[in-house]
Design a protein around this ligand. Structure first.
Ligand code: PA5
Length: 427
């Protein structure tokens, strides 16, 4: 279960502020449910959970099996919403020092999300001799970073294999865009469709996220069912849910001058869940001069870089801690006879105990130093709870966008850099 603890934020709010806001929160929540708010034609990410397409899930699992048999590496090309969700879930659920959840699953790697030629060169060199399949993921099919990488990778595949098209899987719009044209010309191995009514950053429960996640050997049924259960729980106009309280608290703190939110994780496997969250909240809320600026920190590592600022810098930051109830490891600290390093006072404790103390101490110190903070906990780093968590954030940001009176489902500002870049490239 995903839960919110707001003890360290309440004192930063005016008395009764949450109660006063409640009718607006209820209205925003209802607008999501009955599709009456701005951008409501993009609420398909809820529909696909409330009315699951089991044939599609079967099909994705069958493709993942094929990849397990044939591929050493699945190279996923995509940017923004077309890769952050899959990367977040795969990083959370695979070993620290590898990229697949089971021995027979291919390693899932990512490219197409930046413009570094050096990276692509090095990656392709590293892939020499491996059985590589490619999943290119782009709803528009025109995103330059992904499209250029795909062109380079296609050339490379042509040099490496007799049937390069048979190693390519595309995930894109049902009929628009260059990927469809390329598919018509070359006949790729497989095509998955990104539904019209699901935007990139809300697409992790579509083939955009599900195919790479399944290929990595992760149980996508459990992941999907976790998200679907959260969606059903929230599909009630009168529900009193922590996702709504999270949206309300952030909104009220923004009104009080806190315009930066740092999502802080202690478990390194959650760092990319933070990067996914950052895009979800940044693109959904940051428009019309509104919204909290979302940043991500990995503690305790970053307490030794931005910890000073968090404690004593400008008092405009709120902090959201993200913690699994179950720590994934139970490494015990050994006792030593001579205690030269003076650490026997923690001997016998686990590293999880140290993490707990670090979290408790940080939350307290930062609240005392003027940083309102909330804590979101979820059961464990496993497929079902992660599905539930991601849906919690998706619903919260939809409600948050409506509280801010913006359309949470568009991203008009992203086009500006593209236009400038294309001008310079002579398009
Ligand atoms: O959330 C979004 O819609 C964006 O981040 C897109 O996912 C991103 O720009 C990539 O777009 P596309 O899938 O069209 O290549």
């Amino acid at each position: 279960m995903v839960q919110l603890n707001d003890t360290n934020a309440r004192s930063f709010l005016d008395d009764g502020a949450l109660d006063t806001l409640q009718p607006e929160v209820d209205a925003a929540h209802r607008a999501v449910l009955d599709k009456s708010g701005a951008g409501s034609e993009m609420l398909g990410w809820r529909d696909l959970l409330l009315d699951p397409d089991h044939d599609l899930l079967d099909d994705i699992e069958a493709t993942a099996e094929h990849l397990k048999d044939e591929a050493d590496v699945l190279l996923c090309l995509g940017i923004g919403g077309s890769y952050l969700g899959a990367r977040a879930v795969i990083n959370a659920l695979t070993p620290y020092l590898g990229a697949s959840a089971s021995a027979d699953a291919p390693e899932v790697r990512f490219a197409g999300y930046q413009t570094s030629g050096a990276y692509l060169n090095e990656l392709l060199e590293d892939l020499e001799g491996e059985s590589v399949y490619v999943n290119v993921i782009s709803k528009s099919g025109t995103t330059l970073e992904t499209a250029l990488s795909f062109r380079v990778v296609r050339n490379w595949l042509e040099d490496q294999y007799e049937n390069p098209a048979g190693r390519i899987l595309i995930t894109t719009d049902k009929d628009q865009g260059a990927l469809n044209a390329l598919n018509d010309a070359h006949g790729f191995h497989k095509k998955y469709v990104i539904p019209d009514d699901v935007g990139g950053r809300f697409s992790v429960l579509t083939p955009v996220g599900l195919l790479p996640i399944a290929a990595a050997g992760i149980d996508i049924r459990a992941f999907f069912n976790g998200a679907a259960a959260a969606c059903e729980e929230l599909d009630d106009a009168d529900v009193n849910h922590d996702a709504l309280r999270y949206a309300a608290l952030r909104y009220l703190l923004l009104q009080n001058g806190y315009d930066v939110e740092t999502l802080a994780v202690f478990e390194p496997k959650l760092r990319n869940v933070g990067r996914w969250w950052q895009q979800l909240f940044g693109e959904s809320e940051g428009k019309e001069d509104k919204g909290l600026f979302p940043t991500v920190a990995q503690y305790t590592t970053d307490l030794h870089s931005i910890g000073q600022y968090m404690q004593q810098g400008q008092r405009t930051i709120i902090e959201t801690f993200l913690l699994p109830e179950e720590d994934p490891g139970d490494l015990r600290i050994p006792e030593t006879d001579h205690n030269v390093d003076d650490l026997n006072y923690v001997a016998g404790k686990s590293m999880a105990d140290v993490t707990q103390a670090a979290y408790d101490g940080t939350a307290q110190a930062h609240a005392d130093g003027g940083v309102p903070n909330v804590t979101i906990t979820f059961d464990e780093i496993a497929p079902g709870p992660l599905g539930e968590l991601l849906h919690f954030f998706e619903h919260a940001v939809a409600v948050g966008g409506y509280l801010l009176d913006v359309n949470p489902f568009n991203q008009p500002g992203v086009e500006d850099y593209k236009r400038e870049m294309y001008d310079r490239l002579g398009r």
